[in-house]
Write a protein that binds this ligand. Structure first.
Ligand code: ADP
Ligand code: MG
Length: 629
């Protein structure tokens, strides 16, 4: 029996490991299963290249077992195993990564073998949950088995063992404080989280499987069951396959496998697959995003060689795409570094821009191949696209080909098509093309109708970030401006060179203005006299585009622009000087009656824009009943 000291430069590395190495204790299991997987894949590689000394690869699996009586957790593999010397070398020389050495030695042939380890401290994470760890291992080489025991100090024992088959068993004697890791449910949870798609089958207990009923079985016959190994993982997940091996239904099935609690189907998927200048595979899904975006539990998952690492992909996936779902798998993402370092890493930057390019390409091909279907999906995907247009210039340029601008009549234009359609009728006297839009079909109904009556196209833009997007479009495109239909009286939305004749003289106008200002709250409404058609509305409430948009942008995170965050709601009260009711108001002799007329008309104007609420609405209704009775 050999005893010795583990060769570390730090006198006692264990407290360090326990405290700092991984903040998450649960990852020990992922590390041990990764090692077991590596050991198995190494054997596969050696048998493939004929260097396994006659050992058959067979159908190896990894087994995880709990022994509650002994307080132990076992991870057993049928991989390469280790000789005594190898245990000395790979286990005792902490931070000497055997995986790295293996990859170095078989550099060319092993590059794509999918070997996981490279931090060199994975094995020692076992001491985060165990006070004593044993290794019983037998190499595939014709050498005796070895038994290593260490109790969480720098001392260990290493002696022979009588294990006959090649492979390794790791035995953890679980700490009093970490008893949760002896619970079946907890281990199953961890296996499902980290190991669900690892490449070697992992057995955890057994389960009952129903046997098919014989043909002549009576209707109420219960099928016989047989006990089979419970394999917790799918070793060949969809993203490891080539796109041409998969059909649409395979992608959908994989989506369900990934998010078993998600019942809605994804809209479409994007298969990622590159190996130069970095290695990345994965499948991204566009989910329906119309619902509540706060409830975002189903996120993109990041894997390295089929081992789950995290579902925080911030910094790796472009921010506007973090709303998508799916997996990405890349061994080239440095994970033992801080997030800010990660974002500066050039590989990671390339990965992010690759993903964004692939998404743009996919959207473009969906648009080109089936425009009708793309239009149907637009409402569900627009938020991602609009967000992408705002946050990435490259994406903005690409999106010009497929970003859609729907009208209130459900026609969908690309920007170029829209421009073509409206430029003649909607260019103002200064040569600016004015694009009209609405954000709510109900509350802006009368404004939409008025604009349509002039032959204008009205877009329906209702995303929460639309004001930012319009700002961006206005600065990128030449001589255009977006104006919401309720920003002004229709003749002023797109100013043309036409004089409107007012029925009222200048003195009358002056008086009318004063009359109104005496009655309405001045801090809220600015009176604006307009000579409109006599059958247009007598009063109209509008909110100037600029002010409204600044306010919206601030509410949705536009920064401290002009300090307008607390700006009060301000409206223009457009008074149609050609309307008979307005003449009546002007000519009303008694001040009391005039006041009542103005108030009632103002309330009607507010009502038409959904601005009359609560107590004021109640008072209005009462007053109206009094008037009609
Ligand atoms: P890494 O996996 O990054 O190399 P670890 O600390 O996880 O570092 O493991 C150290 C080394 O111990 C491995 O590289 C491998 O050589 C050896 N090892 C660990 N577990 C096993 C195992 N189950 N079978 C064979 N070798 C193992
Ligand atoms: Mg490892």
């Amino acid at each position: 029996m050999a005893t010795g000291n583990i060769n570390v430069s730090v006198e006692n590395i264990f407290p360090l490991i326990k405290k700092f190495l991984y903040s998450d204790h649960e990852i020990f299991l992922r590390e041990l299963i990764s090692n077991a997987t590596d050991a198995t894949l190494k054997l596969k590689h050696l048998t493939d290249i004929g260097e396994a000394g006659g050992v058959e690869y067979g159908n190896p699996r990894i087994e995880v077992k709990i022994n509650k009586e002994n307080n132990t957790l076992h991870v057993i593999d049928q991989g390469v195993g280790m000789t005594k010397e190898e245990v000395e070398k790979y286990i005792n020389e902490v931070a000497f990564s055997g995986a790295e050495e293996f990859l170095e030695k078989y550099k060319d042939s092993a590059k794509d073998s999918g070997i996981i380890g490279h931090f060199g401290l994975g094995f020692y994470s076992a001491f985060m949950v165990a006070n004593k760890v044993e290794i019983i291992t037998k190499s595939f080489k014709d050498e005796p088995a070895a038994h290593w025991v260490c109790e969480g100090t720098t001392e260990f024992t290493l002696e022979g063992a009588d294990k006959k088959e090649h492979g390794t068993e790791i035995i953890l004697h679980i700490n009093e404080d970490d008893k949760e890791f002896l619970e079946e449910a907890r281990i199953r949870e961890l296996l499902t989280k980290y190991n669900k798609f690892m490449p070697i089958p992992i057995k955890f207990g057994t389960r009952e499987e129903s046997l098919p009923l014989p043909e002549d079985a009576p209707e109420d016959a219960k099928p016989e069951t047989k006990t089979v190994d419970d394999i917790i993982n799918n070793p060949n997940p969809a993203w490891t396959k080539q796109p041409n091996e998969l059909e649409d239904k395979d992608y959908k099935e994989f989506y369900r496998e990934l998010y078993p609690m998600q019942f809605e189907e994804p809209l479409f998927h994007i298969h990622l697959n590159v190996d130069y200048p970095f290695n990345l595979t994965g499948i991204l899904y566009f989910p329906k995003l119309t619902g509540n975006m706060d409830i975002q539990r189903d996120k993109i998952q990041l894997y390295q060689n089929q081992v789950f690492v995290t579902d925080n992909v911030e910094g790796i996936v472009p921010e506007f795409l973090t709303m998508l779902r799916g997996v990405i798998d890349s061994p080239d993402i440095p994970l033992n570094v801080s997030r800010s370092y990660l974002q500066a890493d050039s590989n990671v930057k390339k990965i992010a821009s690759y993903i964004s390019r692939k998404v743009a390409d996919k959207l473009k091909s969906l648009f080109n191949n089936n425009r009708e279907d793309f239009e149907k999906k637009w409402d569900d995907i627009k938020i991602v696209i609009e967000y992408g247009m705002l946050s990435e210039d490259k994406f903005f340029k690409k999106a010009d080909d497929f970003a859609l601008y729907p009208t209130v009549d459900k026609k969908y234009y690309t920007y170029t098509e829209l421009e073509e359609k409206i430029k003649d009728n909607q260019t103002d006297k200064d040569g600016n093309m004015v694009i009209l839009y609405a954000s709510n079909e109900d509350s802006q109904h009368s404004y939409i109708e008025a604009a349509k009556a002039k032959g204008y196209e009205v877009l329906m833009l209702d995303s929460p970030i639309v004001s930012h997007l319009l700002q961006k479009l206005e600065s990128e495109k030449e001589k255009i401006s977006f104006v919401r239909v309720d920003a002004d009286h229709v003749d002023n939305l797109i100013k043309k060179d036409e004089e409107k004749i007012s029925k009222l003289s200048d003195e009358e106008k002056e008086k009318l203005k004063t009359d109104f200002e005496n009655v309405i709250p001045k801090e809220k409404y600015t009176v604006q006299l307009e000579a409109m058609d006599s059958d247009a509305a007598p009063l109209l409430i509008t909110q100037p585009e600029f002010m409204r948009r600044m306010k919206e942008m601030q509410q949705t995170g536009g920064g401290g622009m002009f300090g307008m965050g607390n700006m009060p709601e301000m409206y223009n009260l457009v008074v149609n000087t050609n309307h008979p009711l307005i003449s009546d108001i002007l000519n009303t002799k008694t001040a009391k009656k005039q006041e009542r007329l103005i108030k009632q008309s103002l309330d009607l104007a507010r009502l038409s824009q959904n601005l009359l609420k609560g107590e004021e609405l109640t008072a209005f209704i009462k007053r109206s009943f009094d008037m009609v009775k």
